[in-house]
Design a protein around this ligand. Structure first.
Ligand code: AMP
Length: 200
């Protein structure tokens, strides 16, 4: 395909998810469904560029369904052979900060699937940036099989304890159905809600 024949993706979604598969096959299933949905709808996946765990599953599924995949990975991880070589575009960066900035810039929405500390950190950073007004892109959290129940309970404890407000909770979309959540994020990305920062 020549450059002029390349079409712009319908949307670009940044997915944060585990570099491990987790111990329930439902986690990999949902990563595969999400990737297939993005690819089938002419979307672009932006992610951490790895090939392990759920990261590899969502990237492979997006590619197989005809979507494009932008991987953004620090050089150190490439050297440790963590990079997914099948990415449509693999952006190698020097620092984690640069990586997260590019991942955010290249996408219209963020989705966190189940994962570990890397996923938590990325999700919370996207949320923090939104509450501070650095972006107004929708952010979703997929609570697959109740994986995030305990974290959501703690967030409610943060609200009850006066360290957070209901308006901040309103800046994220939480759902247990991957399809509904993806549809919501893509719709909100196309028609962003008026900023709710005045209430924060
Ligand atoms: P974790 O949830 O701790 O497995 O970390 C996953 C998140 O951190 C992903 O969304 C990636 O952006 C990043 N990450 C962690 N490990 C890797 C890896 N081996 N290769 C690429 N990215 C990774």
């Amino acid at each position: 395909m020549t450059f002029s024949e390349r079409t712009e993706p319908a949307f670009s979604i940044c997915v944060y998810c585990g570099s491990r598969p987790g111990n329930d096959a439902a986690f990999a299933d949902v990563a595969r469904h999400a990737g297939e949905w993005i690819g089938r709808h002419g979307g672009q996946l932006v992610y951490g560029g790895g090939r392990a765990g759920l990261m590899g599953v969502v990237a492979d599924a997006t590619l197989a369904a005809g979507g494009s995949v932008v991987g953004v990975i620090p050089r150190a991880l490439v050297e440790r052979e963590h990079a997914h070589r099948g990415c449509t575009e693999l952006i190698v960066v020097e620092t984690m900060h640069e990586r997260k900035r590019i991942m955010a810039e290249r996408s219209n929405a963020f989705l966190a699937l189940p994962g570990g500390i890397g996923t938590f950190e990325e999700f919370f950073e996207a949320w923090t940036w939104r509450q501070l007004g650095y972006h107004d892109k929708p952010i979703g959290l997929l609570n697959q099989a109740g994986y995030y129940d305990a974290m959501l309970a703690f967030l409610r404890h943060g609200v009850a304890s006066g360290f957070m407000g209901a308006a901040q909770m309103a800046l994220i979309e939480v759902g247990d159905d991957w399809r509904t959540l993806l549809q919501t994020l893509v719709r909100e990305a196309a028609y962003p809600a008026p900023t709710r920062l005045d209430k924060v």
